[in-house]
Design a protein around this ligand. Structure first.
Ligand code: GRF
Length: 202
């Protein structure tokens, strides 16, 4: 299976996928990353892709007159690689109607909280501020909401009294990277069906 991964920052989730595929071999893992895209240039995630010898692309909102044109450009950039599955690994933009029309149902996202709790761009900070005792991460299909699509898998992480946002986020990411590698491999190898809010992996 062909994966396109979208990043916005450090790309450690991308790196986890790269390492898992390199270790197992694309055949055994069931997928290979064919390209990495970002919404801005110069992020570490793109450098990781380049080090792995992968094609990369940047699709910046401010390069387009409207959000819809950006969404179209992003969809075109992704479609050029003919992905079976698109993975948002720390991609911090909300895609629009066209992207979802073309990739919905094969577009997964990882979120650093236990959805439906703490959706949005500050899930770690929000869980900490709320005083949650446990939080975690969620891998889900992307739908037309923000972090509202059908949940595929979740991992629980304890919150410690001494945690600040970055310490907690690092602990979440340890679980998140393993969960994403496991889920992407399963979806690629086994195939799946989405039935309402349920995801059935064959
Ligand atoms: C991940 O925790 C992701 O869930 C969140 O931002 C983080 C990205 O980390 N949206 P990285 O870029 O994969 O290191």
């Amino acid at each position: 299976k062909r994966l396109v991964v979208l990043v916005s920052g450090s790309g450690t989730n991308l790196q986890a996928l790269l390492d898992a595929i390199a270790a197992a071999g694309a055949e055994t893992y069931g997928a290979e990353i064919v390209a990495v895209g970002a919404d801005r240039a110069g992020v570490e995630g793109l450098a990781r892709a380049e080090r792995a010898g992968l094609p990369t692309f940047v699709c910046r909102v401010k390069d387009h007159a409207t959000r819809e044109e950006w969404d179209h450009a992003l969809a075109e950039a992704v479609a050029a690689y003919e992905p079976d599955l698109v993975v948002s690994a720390g991609f911090m933009k909300i895609v629009g109607k066209e992207f979802l029309a073309r990739f919905g149902g094969r577009f997964v996202n990882t979120h650093p909280a236990l959805l439906p709790s703490f959706p949005g761009a500050h899930g770690v900070r929000d869980a900490l501020a709320y005083g949650a005792k446990v939080t975690g991460c969620t891998v889900h299909f992307v739908d037309d909401g923000v972090d509202t699509g059908p949940i595929i898998a979740q991992g629980v992480v304890e919150v410690r009294d001494e945690d600040d946002e970055s310490a907690l986020h690092e602990r979440i990411k340890e679980v998140e990277r393993r969960l994403l590698v496991e889920v992407v491999g399963l979806l690629a190898r086994n195939g799946y069906r989405i039935e309402g809010r349920k995801v059935v992996i064959q």
